[in-house]
Design a protein around this ligand. Structure first.
Ligand code: FES
Length: 123
């Protein structure tokens, strides 16, 4: 786990504490100031992943309501527009019109149980 932010690391944006993302669930985040696209985080057994909230099919947001990014069984990320399904672990589309494409993953840093992303993520 990182404890220090070296000066040569890109500027980081604080997203939230890890425990603010429900285990087995997801949480959405508004775009950073000056940016257009939000982010969302999923937290599963393999840890936390963050993706840009844009479907590879048409570029629209995936969620149909706040923090609603997962299928009812929590096994996949789902796009609310045409129902594409994505693997939470790597964002790969496994069903739907963008099959073979993937969500844009965001590099995260977890420092003292707080999730940080590059300030430019989603811009
Ligand atoms: S916009 Fe997401 S599947 Fe079409």
């Amino acid at each position: 786990m990182d404890r220090l932010i070296p000066e040569d690391r890109p500027a980081l944006r604080r997203l939230c504490r890890v425990d603010e993302i429900p285990q087995g669930g997801a949480k959405g985040f508004a775009p950073a100031p000056g940016c257009f696209t939000g982010l969302f985080a999923v937290r599963q057994a393999g840890g936390v992943r963050v993706y840009v909230n844009a479907c590879p099919h048409l570029g629209v947001s995936l969620d149909w309501a706040p923090d609603r990014f997962l299928t009812a069984d929590g096994q996949h990320i789902v796009c609310s527009t045409h129902g594409a399904l994505f693997r939470p672990d790597d964002g790969a589309c496994i069903h739907g019109p963008c099959m073979g494409a993937a969500l844009e993953a965001v590099l995260i840093h977890i420092i003292d149980e707080i999730v940080f992303v590059p300030e430019s993520a989603g811009c």
